[in-house]
Design a protein around this ligand. Structure first.
Ligand SMILES: [Zn+2]
Ligand SMILES: [Zn+2]
Length: 243
């Protein structure tokens, strides 16, 4: 692409998306990216008390540092820990919808930065060797034009200084029914055998941080963690924008 064509396209993109808040439409100040300061403050970030293992908000006052009920019942899942920037509602849900279904890929930058800063504050990247976006099947990725998890991971990588696993190194090898359409029992069966590691030597004894936009159920991320561990990873964590 020539420089002239590229600048024309950028100009068109600016016309289509003038610097306005993606949530309230207010004009953005210098230094604000995609979301104004008022809307950014209103995002439903998950603050303590939250479960230290899965980031589920804990609604009682005296539960500081205590595991949630689900983690007490299933203490040894394949994921060492789950961290989530916020709850999947309000402005955060809107941003993720715009990114994913509105194909506004540029939103991955401001969102990824917030997720990365949250993860860093919680120590999610300490000792991490790779970020691994939860893979989409190539047919779905081609249909959408991108994998939102990879876009987020690329932005998180910049902030966290942890490399993203190369495209195709960890991939989805089988198409599956979207998990949201299934009940809990069918989800685990549906996702079994859906993922594969291409070159296991890259992840021997590695600490891997899976990245996704939303945690709906732990079945998908759990299956990813099982596959990565079977291929030699020492530990697998999950960092999501919302849960
Ligand atoms: Zn706003
Ligand atoms: Zn928990």
């Amino acid at each position: 692409m020539t420089a002239l064509l590229r600048s024309l396209l950028t100009g068109l993109a600016d016309l289509a998306y003038p610097p306005r808040c993606a949530l309230c439409g207010a004009a953005l100040d210098a230094g604000e990216h995609a979301v104004c300061a008022v809307c950014a403050r209103a995002l439903p970030a998950i603050r303590p008390p939250r479960c230290p293992r899965c980031a589920r908000p804990i609604r009682t006052r005296d539960a500081k540092d205590a595991l949630c009920g689900a983690c007490r019942m299933h203490p040894h899942g394949p994921l060492d820990r789950i961290a989530a920037f916020g709850e999947y509602r309000d402005g955060l849900r809107t941003l993720i919808h715009q990114l994913k279904y509105g194909r506004r890929a540029f939103l991955a930058a401001p969102l990824g930065t917030r997720v990365a800063e949250h993860g860093a504050a919680l120590g999610v990247f300490s000792g991490a060797d790779w970020l691994a976006p939860i893979p989409l099947h190539w047919t779905r990725e081609r249909w959408r034009g991108f994998n939102q998890a990879r876009l987020l991971a690329e932005q998180i990588s910049v902030v966290a200084d942890v490399p993203v696993m190369p495209q195709g190194a960890f991939r989805r090898v089988r198409r599956t029914t979207p998990q949201v359409r299934l009940n809990a029992a069918d989800r685990a069966d549906n996702i079994k055998g859906a993922f594969a590691v291409r070159d296991a030597s890259q992840i021997q004894n590695a600490c891997i941080v899976l990245i996704d936009d939303v945690l709906t159920t732990a079945a998908t991320a759990g299956e990813c963690a099982r596959v990565l561990r079977r291929a030699g990873a020492a530990s697998v964590r999950l960092l999501v924008a919302a849960r």
